[in-house]
Design a protein. Structure first.
Length: 159
C-alpha cells in the first residue's frame, strides 16, 4: 500500500523503495505521537503522501539536471518496454510512450489534485478514505478529482 502510493508520485521503483523505507522509519519514530483519531492505515498513508510530495518538490537545478539526464538517456528511470507474446513491438512502444505522457502530465498537477488522483486511482481508495487521509471533505475530493481529470484531458489533448 505504501509502495503503490509512493510509486504513484515518483514513477521510479528505486525512489519508491526509498520512500517506502523512509515512511516506515518515520512511522516507527513517530509511533508515540499516533493519537488514534484516525485508523493506523490513514495515518501511514499521510506519512507516505507527505514524504512523496517532499521528494517531488525538487530545486530548479535538480529538475534541470534530471531533464538533461532524460535527454541524454542517463535517467535513473529504466525505459524497459515489456512486449506481451500476442502483441507486436510497435504497439508496445506506443503504449509505453502513452504511459510516459500520462505520468508527465500527472507530475504537473498541483499537489492536492495529484494526491487525490494517486490515492484514488493507484491505491483504489474510496472518496471517503481519500478525504480522511487528506483531511478534507468528500465533496472537496470529488472537486479535486474532477479538476485533475479536466486538467489531464487538456494536457493530453483530450476533450
Amino acid at each position: 500500500m505504501v509502495f503503490r502510493t509512493c510509486i504513484g508520485f515518483v514513477h521510479n521503483k528505486d525512489d519508491a523503495d526509498d520512500l517506502t523505507q523512509e515512511t516506515f522509519i518515520q512511522a516507527y519514530e513517530s509511533l508515540s505521537r499516533f493519537r488514534g483519531d484516525s485508523s493506523f492505515s490513514t495515518w501511514l498513508y499521510r506519512i507516505a503522501v507527505n514524504a512523496s510530495l517532499n521528494r517531488t518538490r525538487k530545486s530548479p537545478l535538480s529538475m534541470l539536471m534530471q531533464q538533461i539526464d532524460d535527454l541524454r538517456g542517463d535517467s535513473k528511470e529504466p525505459r524497459h518496454v515489456s512486449v506481451p507474446d500476442d502483441d507486436d513491438p510497435e504497439k508496445a512502444i506506443i503504449r509505453q510512450e502513452d504511459i510516459e505522457r500520462v505520468r508527465k502530465a500527472l507530475d504537473t498537477l498541483p499537489p492536492n489534485q495529484r494526491t487525490a488522483i494517486v490515492l484514488s486511482r493507484y491505491d483504489g481508495l474510496s472518496q471517503k478514505e481519500v478525504a480522511e487521509i487528506m483531511g478534507i471533505t468528500e465533496g472537496a475530493v470529488e472537486a479535486l478529482l474532477q479538476r485533475a481529470k479536466k486538467s489531464l484531458q487538456k494536457k493530453l489533448g483530450g476533450k
